[in-house]
Ligand binder design. Structure first.
Ligand SMILES: [Zn+2]
Length: 422
């Protein structure tokens, strides 16, 4: 059953009915879905969740839909990996990777928010959906809209990676490239949502869309064995996921499903686009918008819609922020691949690189549980890894040539071990 009460302004707490709406009429504060936790307590239990489907819809009671799910029926419930090899490299005791690079069907955390937003769009009776996107969201909206039989318009910055174009176009949406950066695209999308009666998932369906991000946090808690990590490192683009993972943790605490271990939240951004982290480091409540300049294009949002709330949650939770250079992002992508067999996109590299910095600086203690949130897949952005690897040998199809090659490889390995030991 649904425990949704109303939409509530995050600033003045004014209540609104459940309708497509982004901001409060009084103060233009963002509205958020409010739930009736009193009613849910004792009814939403570990057992009721464990009895649900192996998808994000096992948390349906804490999502803002009225009827049955209508999109993303197989999305979510991605692996949580105890990353012992990576933990050993970093010198920490208990490290987890929440791996949304495997999310279904488009390999990023966006399949969570879109599953909820499109279900809501269908409930509201929209026939056209859309989004402003840096790539991953466009993939997800296009795929889920195709499966749900909705018309889709996806609006993207003109300079998006070529690989990302294919991953959206194949599903047959109307793709519109807009000259400018993500923030220009987003501004236009607000006007589009006003002018046409379309569901722009991250604009006029934003309150419902963002609730879908909670499922990333619910899963972390459930998959850790109904416990919260003491420290959670999350990438910040528009600022949706970090406050919602926090909200998920708080909801589970409120419902008595996990113990309150005072979970701390940490924001990760690329150095070439770090408005939120800069504000956190300078102790400010408000961030200064930036012009993004980074290889981490999926998180290159210079004016994050929910940046203010990221800063607030990070501060309230006792966390912090860090940013990493393009070179550090590449190194972290390679480290995660080499130690845990996970290939993430630059956003994930950013998150791991920032987690490393927070550990090295002592902000995150080495002997407490840490979760690093990986939100996207590296196969979508292979061009950023160009030139990162040694030349691949080419031989004739002869065993003698292969044997010679293996001998050479073994010799090189021996010399490099010797030089490390000497
Ligand atoms: Zn208000």
């Amino acid at each position: 059953m649904s425990y949704v009460k109303a939409l509530r302004c995050k600033e003045c707490e004014a209540l609104y009915p459940i309708e497509p709406r982004t901001v409060c009429d009084h103060d233009f504060g963002p509205v958020e879905v409010a739930f009736d936790y009193e009613k849910a307590r004792g009814r939403v239990t570990r057992a009721s969740i464990e009895g649900g489907p192996r998808s994000l819809w096992r948390y349906k009671d804490l999502l803002p839909i009225e009827g049955q799910p209508r999109a993303g029926l197989r999305s979510g419930f991605t692996p949580l990996i105890r990353a012992d090899k990576l933990a050993a490299e970093l010198g920490v005791k208990e490290l987890y990777i929440k791996d949304d690079s495997t999310n279904y069907p488009t390999f990023s955390y966006k399949d969570r928010v879109v599953a909820v937003a499109l279900t809501k769009a269908i409930e509201f009776g929209f026939d056209t959906v859309g989004c402003a996107s840096t790539g991953n969201l466009a993939h997800s909206v296009a795929a889920h809209a195709a499966a749900a039989g909705l018309r889709a318009f996806v609006m993207i910055p003109h300079d998006l990676e070529e690989g990302k174009m294919v991953g959206m176009s194949v599903f047959g949406p109307r793709v519109v490239k807009i000259r400018g950066n993500y923030d220009d695209v987003n501004r236009l999308c607000s006007q589009i949502a006003d002018k046409y009666n379309w569901a722009i998932v991250n604009v006029n369906l934003r309150p419902f869309y963002t609730e879908g991000a909670k499922t990333h946090g619910f899963e972390i808690a459930e998959q850790m064995g109904w416990k919260l990590p003491r420290h959670t490192v999350v990438p910040v683009a528009g600022g949706t996921i970090l406050p919602k993972v926090w909200k998920a943790y708080q909801e589970f605490i409120t419902l008595g499903l996990v113990e309150d271990n005072k979970p701390a939240m940490y924001a990760a951004q690329a150095a070439g686009c770090n408005p939120v982290v800069q504000a956190i480091e300078q102790g400010l409540d408000l961030f200064k918008p930036q012009k993004p300049q980074t290889i981490a294009k999926s998180i290159a949002i210079g004016n994050p819609a929910d940046g203010y709330y990221v800063i607030k949650v990070v501060r309230e939770s006792g966390g912090h922020g860090a940013s990493s250079s393009d070179a550090e992002i590449i190194d972290a992508i390679k480290l995660l691949a080499r130690t845990e067999g996970i290939f993430t996109e630059p956003a994930g590299g950013t998150t791991l690189a920032c987690a490393i910095k927070l550990i090295q600086s002592g902000r995150i203690p080495r002997d407490e549980s840490i979760c690093v949130c990986i939100t996207g897949n590296g196969l979508k952005t292979v061009e950023v890894m160009a030139g990162q690897f040694t030349a691949t040998p080419v031989i004739n199809a002869k065993m003698t040539e292969f044997e010679q090659l293996v001998n050479e490889i073994n010799e090189t390995a021996k010399t490099s071990t010797q030089s490390v030991n000497s």
